[in-house]
Design a binder for this molecule. Structure first.
Ligand SMILES: *Cc1c(COP(=O)(O)O)cnc(C)c1O
Length: 361
């Protein structure tokens, strides 16, 4: 047998696949002592009760999970005061958003979203063959809802609102979202991506339940990855009208929520566990306030942080600053030429970040 050199593949990607920018995950630590402030994770380890539930569930690894995450869906429906058919769980809320786009967008349909906002948006939109219509956030890092409403055309199928906005930080106010919903035609889906909702402390917080009750075109996205500390397990969900949820469920990956994730999410909703998780959120919110104030005192102009992260508009210095931070044992999330997103971590990590930030002021 002669072994010929392997033939190169001549398969052809869809053109869009070659155009799509790669998702840049937060840097991973080569140094285990480094503080990872690059992915908006919680710095706290899993609760013992959640770990114990996952350990017990591991004995069932040879079984497929409950395809519809029935028990979790029922628990979530009860807390959102909707029927179980209104909840669609998925492999993280990013996957659920992908299913929303699959359910509503044909090639060439338009999806209006803020920019800069969550980097997954343009990727998911383009992969779906849809056309992203990015609307710049204002100088304070806020959605420009007037411009977004004006960007809705007869080609628009979906609008994405991210509150608090990743990576800039501000949250949308309830009043402004309700006014916006009045201006969007009822056949256009409005996604409220609330990945950081537990961290919001604003005088007029978005009440997505009321928005959904008043507007049947609303889809609310939530995740267990941030406040609930289950990023590794990949579980998030949508809440929508049952007739809207039906289409999202049709697009969903079969068995997309694994058994360990279902069990861990349910264990996190147990009253004692949830109270502890929300106390951690309170501690992070307090640290966020401290970091924000200290950055302000250093002279940084930081958009109002309502998630578990802050945004520094470092412009051309962004990459250098990220390298310097890494040398100080801090992994941050640089957006080259624009700015740095820095997750709120332990007080020790935050102190070290403030030292680095001071040196670059
Ligand atoms: C982290 C994040 C999510 C949630 O992602 P998962 O897939 O649930 O881990 C969704 N939206 C935004 C804006 C985020 O920052």
């Amino acid at each position: 047998m002669t072994s010929a050199a392997p033939q190169p593949a001549t398969v052809r990607f869809r053109a869009v696949v070659d155009r799509i920018p790669a998702y840049v995950p937060g840097a991973r630590a080569a140094d285990p002592a480094a503080h990872k402030l690059s992915s908006n994770e919680t710095p706290y380890p899993p609760l013992p009760s959640v770990l114990a539930a996952v350990e017990r569930a591991a004995g069932q690894l040879h079984r497929y999970p409950d395809m519809f995450a029935t028990e979790l869906g029922e628990a979530l429906a009860a807390r959102h005061d909707v029927e179980p058919a209104a909840v669609v769980a998925g492999t993280g809320s990013v996957a659920v958003l992908g299913h929303v786009l699959q359910a509503f967008c044909d090639a060439g349909d338009e999806v209006v979203h803020a920019w800069r906002s969550f980097e997954a948006y343009p990727i998911l939109v383009q992969l779906q063959g849809a056309v992203g219509v990015p609307v710049p956030v204002d100088v304070a890092g806020r959605h420009d809802l007037d411009a977004m409403a004006a960007a809705v055309t007869e080609r628009t199928r979906v609008v994405l609102l991210c509150s608090p906005n990743n990576p800039t930080g501000p949250a949308l106010a309830h009043t402004e979202v309700m006014a916006f919903l009045q201006r969007v035609p009822p056949h256009v889906v409005v996604v409220l991506d609330e990945a950081y909702v537990e961290f919001v402390r604003s005088p007029d917080p978005l009440d997505s339940r009321a928005a959904l009750a008043a507007h049947p075109n609303v889809v609310v996205l939530r995740t267990f990855s941030k406040a609930y500390g289950l990023a590794a397990l990949r579980v998030g969900y949508a809440v929508a009208r049952p007739e809207v949820a039906r289409g999202i469920r049709t697009a969903a990956t079969p068995f997309g929520v694994n058994h360990l994730a279902q069990v861990a999410a349910l264990a996190s909703l147990e009253p004692a566990a949830e109270a502890e998780l929300l106390a951690r959120v309170d501690a992070l919110v307090a640290e966020r306030g401290r970091v924000h104030a200290a950055l302000g005192a250093q002279g940084w102009d930081v958009p109002e942080p309502q998630g578990n992260f802050v945004w520094l508009a470092t412009g051309e210095r962004t990459a250098d600053l990220a390298v310097d931070a890494a040398a100080h044992g801090l992994l941050l999330r640089p957006f080259a030429g624009e700015g740095l997103r820095v997750s709120i971590g332990t007080p020790e990590a935050n102190d070290r970040f403030l030292e680095v930030a001071a040196a670059w002021r």
